[in-house]
Write a protein that binds this ligand. Structure first.
Ligand code: NDP
Length: 419
């Protein structure tokens, strides 16, 4: 039925590609294109013979708009799935506009080079105006709204788990459970153990930048920013148990604050073990999380990229990781004049994911919604020109697809609340 160009072939893309190949009725043909073509060829070799989806591969530097345009013209896809890194969001959106093709991704734009003067000026202005200092925000991609509208094209932003599924949970709760939602707490718990003293579950550079940044939350119409990891809570997660969790800034708070009418507070918590935090603090203190290039023995190196080279590749954690993830949203609000609470969440087992697609649950819980978001666009279930996040579409077909394609969800009407 449709042809898709998938850019990136890392941990998340690997799962999304497996899932597309399980869903050949929708994904009749895929082209996997990435910086390192051999990874695409290896995955193609693994999947061929197990699927009726036709697979081709290509090499592309997605930082280069002209290379992207040439590739899109050659492949002629119905949709480009950007599952590379957030650094490539804008170049891929530009190429999609130039070629008249729909776009989707799993994370909002952030620049690779934080010293770029043009970006820095816009960033500093935004920090002052908005009141949060994360390096990533939606403004860069929302600025494409009119261009996509005029071209009659759709860009779906952030169809992973968080962002992604968490916003579908919010839209579904708004549509089916509440008249008004007052508060949303997004809880991301990884109860998995990979046996390494320190490793990240997805791209280390993106992950470490995110968790070492100041935390922030949305309250009564504005951002409240706090020092990194300074708000800690304990929570007893279904099928995982008691965990420490910390308040982080997270990208979906920004779009939910705009799209959930009258919401008073939105927070995001993620669980971390003490070993992870101690390693991270130490690496930060010695400068290993820096993105500013330094000279070392005649070579220029970026410390965080060097660190990435030393750390285990997240794609290799699959066979070692045991335990479960539990990610969801706790809502408080009103229905028919009564106070109401609800907790919508998914529990995912690392070992089951590995059995199914050869990957751990973090990549799985992101790769499955990437396929589902693509399916929503390709089947016309979600179809409106412009640039949108997940909660701006009808959640029902997406929520049904989550149950069907490996991320079943449940609702608890009487959850433990977070103070
Ligand atoms: P990986 O580092 O495992 O994979 C990234 C892939 O992109 C690699 O194949 C890499 O190629 C490729 N790539 C990087 N730069 C370029 C470039 N210039 N041109 C072409 N290809 C390039 O990352 P993950 O799979 O862990 O993450 C993928 C995305 O998913 C990220 O944007 C991440 O932020 C997002 N994410 C979203 C989550 C959510 O819940 N919404 C959760 C987790 C991740 P190479 O092999 O050569 O390095």
């Amino acid at each position: 039925m449709s042809k898709v160009l998938i850019i990136g072939c890392g941990g998340v893309a690997g799962v999304a590609i497996h899932k597309c190949c399980q869903n050949s009725e929708v994904f009749t043909e895929i082209c996997i294109a990435s910086r390192t073509k051999s990874k695409c060829d290896d995955l193609k070799a693994k999947l061929e013979g197990t699927t009726s989806t036709k697979i081709t591969t290509a090499q592309v530097d997605a930082d280069d708009v002209n290379q992207l345009i040439a590739l899109i013209k050659e492949v002629q896809p119905d949709l480009v799935m950007n599952i590379a890194l957030p650094y490539q969001d804008l170049t891929i959106m530009d190429a999609c506009l130039a070629c008249g093709v729909n776009y989707m991704d799993t994370a909002n734009y952030e620049p690779e080079n934080l010293d770029d003067p043009e970006w820095k000026a816009a960033y500093e202005k935004r920090c002052k105006e908005e009141g949060f200092s994360a390096y990533f925000d939606y403004s860069w991609q929302w600025a494409y709204k009119e261009k996509f509208e005029k071209a009659g094209l759709t860009a779906l932003l952030g169809s992973g788990f968080d962002p992604g599924v968490t916003q579908a949970y919010c839209a579904w709760a708004q549509k089916h459970l509440f008249d008004t939602i007052d508060t949303i707490d997004i809880l991301d718990c990884n109860g998995g153990d990979h046996g390494y003293p320190f490793a990240t579950n997805f791209n280390p550079e993106i992950n470490l930048r995110e968790v070492s940044a100041p935390g922030s939350y949305w309250e009564n119409g504005h951002w409240v920013e706090i020092p990194a990891m300074s708000i800690k809570r304990e929570y007893n997660f279904d099928q995982v148990g008691q965990k420490d969790m910390y308040l982080l800034h997270h990208e979906e708070i920004e779009s939910l604050a705009k799209n959930i009418p009258n919401v008073k507070r939105i927070r995001f918590f993620m669980t971390f073990g003490q070993s992870y935090l101690t390693h991270m603090k130490c690496l930060e203190n010695v400068g290993m999380l820096s993105t500013t290039p330094i000279k070392f023995e005649g070579h220029e190196i970026v410390p965080i990229q060097f660190l990435k080279a030393l750390l285990p590749d997240p794609a290799t954690l699959g066979p070692r990781t045991k335990g479960k993830t539990n990610i969801g949203c706790i809502f408080t609000g009103r229905k028919d004049g009564q106070d109401k609470t609800a907790y919508i969440y998914n529990v995912c087992d690392h070992e089951e994911c590995y059995k199914e697609v050869g990957s751990q649950a973090i990549s799985y819980t992101t790769g499955v919604p990437a396929m589902i978001g693509a399916m929503m666009l390709l089947t016309g279930k979600w179809n409106k020109p412009g640039v949108y996040t997940v909660e701006e579409f009808d959640p029902d077909p997406y929520m049904d697809a989550l149950n069907k394609w490996g991320l079943p969800w449940q609702v608890n009407d009487n959850p433990e609340l977070v103070d």
